[in-house]
Design a protein around this ligand. Structure first.
Ligand code: PMP
Length: 440
């Protein structure tokens, strides 16, 4: 998760920002970057410095994509109202969006943010099951509403975990602790942890409303999970009467390369799918996709209305994003470039004992940084230095995971093959600077 880094230098804009937004509003980097323009995967700072953006997944089809800008401005110049009137744009978009899902997932609520989507998914699940218990991984983030603060394990939230929440640990086959172990054994142990959490919810009288899973486990540090892990969780939760929420805010819309939605990589069929970040390419557009039965039940009991969710302008933007992904074959690109990057990075990490295996899927990848050649101790300080050294070479990345020592590299899918060497050369050269060679 994004968080404040280092102590920013003083400048007028920074002081003015502190004067209104306060000092707790997170800023990246020791010296924050003052951005003025974006195009494709490129960002321009006020001093003219250009950065290759290998961090941001919100501008999914590229910063300021001309077709998104045109769709937005044409619709804004024509009509923008809430959803209590008929409008073709809105229905066209919902049809196009639902066409990317399995038939069973045939209804959608349009909202404004990933947080709103997950909050609504919780309401639907809690009402449907008449249970309160929520299962969540022990290092994750799903949003900023009160209901989501109660399940936040991956960053600071003063409320603490809700009494109705149980956590479980996601195994990582790349972890040194798992070295030499049978995958089936790791799987059994991990699912036993889920069983324990479910039993605790039942024993304490909360029942099981839902499990919420981010299908790339990105906040968790992109662990490589055993085959059958995600479907095994879903099976257990359903047996206990709960629903499965797939949080696709990070993994969705072709990001993982092999599939359009991240849950499909795991052979999972969720009851509720929550979407956000990339859906509107920067415009606040998010959604809950679910079944007709769940929507009907919720709709009959609640008058759900969302003023800004699914306006014609949002719909025009959302539809443009889907068209661009198809026309520019961005999912294929994510898979192809992801593979090329992985191949080259694998040779880099193999020659460096302090770098862990390449992790992730498609165009969301990274690797762990360790303090010792045996890769026992994660090294957040060196990871931070590496992120700064990559920035000094004109490329923006970040870091994730429970100890903040896995690189987080997640460029817009607009990245082209011609731009790959810029990213990889910057990474390699920064590694040369920051990490001593083996034996030195
Ligand atoms: N779910 C996940 C997996 C996220 O990464 C985020 C945001 N980082 C959210 C939900 C919340 O989305 P938003 O910030 O749009 O409310």
């Amino acid at each position: 998760m994004d968080r404040t880094e280092g102590t920013p230098v003083s400048n007028t804009l920074l002081e003015r920002r502190y004067g209104t937004l306060g000092k707790h509003s997170p800023l990246f980097y020791n010296e924050p970057i003052h951005l003025v323009r974006g195009s494709g995967v490129w960002l321009t700072a006020h001093d003219g410095t250009r950065y290759l953006d290998a961090y941001n997944n919100v501008p999914h089809v590229g910063h300021a994509h001309p077709r998104v800008v045109a769709a937005m401005s044409e619709q804004a110049a024509t009509l923008n109202v809430h959803t209590r009137y008929l409008n073709d744009r809105v229905v066209d978009y919902t049809e196009a969006l639902l066409a990317t899902f399995e038939h069973a997932l045939d209804r959608v609520f349009l909202v404004n943010s990933g947080s709103e989507a997950n909050d609504l998914a919780f309401r639907i699940a809690t009402q449907h099951t008449a249970a309160r218990g929520i299962l969540v991984t022990d290092f994750s983030y799903h949003g900023n509403t009160s209901a989501l603060a109660a399940v936040t394990t991956g960053l600071t939230a003063h409320e603490g975990l809700g009494a109705h929440v149980r956590t479980f640990h996601v195994p990582d086959l790349d972890d040194r602790a798992q070295a030499g172990r049978d995958e089936a054994e790791v799987l059994d142990e991990a699912l036993a942890d889920v069983d324990r959490a479910l039993a605790s919810l039942q024993e304490d009288g909360y029942g099981v409303a839902a499990v919420i899973l981010e299908t790339l486990f990105s906040t968790e540090g992109l662990p490589r999970v055993p085959d059958g892990y995600v479907s095994g969780i879903a099976e257990r939760v359903r047996r206990a009467g709960g629903l499965v929420i797939a949080d696709e805010v990070q993994a969705g819309l072709g990001r993982v390369g092999s599939h359009f939605w991240g849950y499909q990589r795991h052979g999972l069929m969720p009851d509720l799918v929550t979407l956000g970040k990339p859906l509107g390419n920067g415009h606040p557009l998010a959604a809950v996709v679910t079944t007709d039965a769940l929507m009907e039940q919720f709709g009959a009991r609640n008058m759900y209305f969302n003023t800004f969710g699914g306006t014609p302008v949002s719909a025009a933007i959302g539809e443009a994003v889907l068209r661009i992904i198809a026309d520019e074959r961005l999912m294929d690109r994510s898979e192809r470039l992801g593979r090329l990057i992985r191949e080259r990075l694998e040779t880099v990490v193999e020659s460096r004992p302090r770098l862990g295996p390449v992790k992730g899927a498609g165009l969301f990848f990274g690797f762990g940084i360790f303090a010792d050649d045996e890769r026992r101790e994660p090294d957040p300080a060196t990871t931070k230095r590496l992120v700064e050294a990559v920035k000094a070479r004109g490329v923006l990345i970040s870091r994730i995971g429970p100890t903040d020592s896995v690189l987080k590299i997640r460029p817009p899918l607009a990245l082209t093959e011609a731009e790959l060497p810029i990213l990889l050369d910057a990474l390699e050269s920064a590694i040369d600077e920051v990490l001593p060679r083996s034996g030195s």
